[in-house]
Design a protein around this ligand. Structure first.
Ligand SMILES: Cc1cc2nc3c(=O)[nH]c(=O)nc-3n(C[C@H](O)[C@H](O)[C@H](O)COP(=O)(O)O)c2cc1C
Length: 196
């Protein structure tokens, strides 16, 4: 293991994501989000990365959903990106913290108005009796918030994965892939290469 506090995995991640945005047909920012409940049972689903900086990786969701409940029980998560066009992957582990109410408000209000109404209408992860029930809820909330700013539902929030470990995987011939892991050490990072 080498000490490379001058290395910046966040900059490397941003550079890979920027490349993927040019080559992936859609949703280069899609990532698998793995959580585990208090019994340790794992769970995984896709979400969209909506912000990344030295503080971590941000997504938004309904915190009354399964993922929200699991994160409330166990505020740790893992993320996985796979950019097929580039034959590259990134995986991340870290603790999870809430983004500020202001940050959630700002992102919520940057979304399409219909998506804001959708956030009110969807009781994410709870049983849906019929498609009609969802459409009715959309119509009700659209009427309720017909004028003015749509307020952010309190349950609709951002979460930040504060990375403790970030691995970059790149395809190499004959499955002798390149794996570089960055491990958080205080304010900096150490790095190690792994066998593929
Ligand atoms: C490409 C893609 C992106 C998605 N992005 C989000 C997202 O940013 N936030 C979200 O709540 N759900 C997103 N979803 C839906 C989730 O995968 C999932 O169905 C939903 O959040 C409920 O998950 P849960 O029951 O584990 O809480 C996305 C699905 C796909 C396929």
């Amino acid at each position: 293991m080498t000490d490379s506090s001058d290395l910046d995995p966040i900059a490397q991640f941003k550079s890979w994501l920027a490349e993927a945005e040019k080559t992936e047909p859609n949703d280069a920012n899609a990532m698998s989000l793995a959580t585990a409940d208090s019994s340790g049972m794992p769970n995984v689903r896709m979400v969209l990365l909506k912000g990344v900086d030295a503080g971590g990786f941000v997504f938004y969701s309904n915190m009354e959903s399964r993922k929200g409940q699991e994160l409330a029980q166990n505020p740790q998560a893992a993320l996985g990106f796979h950019w097929k066009t580039l034959r590259r992957a990134v995986r991340i582990q870290g603790r999870v913290e809430a983004v500020s109410a202001q940050e959630s408000d700002d992102y919520f209000h940057s979304r399409a108005r219909d998506s804001q109404i959708g956030a009110w209408a969807s009781q994410q992860s709870r049983p849906l009796e019929s498609r009609f029930a969802l459409e009715k809820a959309v119509a009700l909330f659209a009427a309720k918030h017909a004028i003015g700013t749509v307020p952010r539902p309190a349950y609709w929030q951002g979460r930040r994965i504060v990375p403790s470990r970030i691995e970059f995987w790149a395809d190499r011939p004959f499955r002798l892939h390149d794996r570089t892991v960055f491990i958080r050490e205080g304010e900096g990072w150490s790095t190690v290469k792994l066998y593929p």
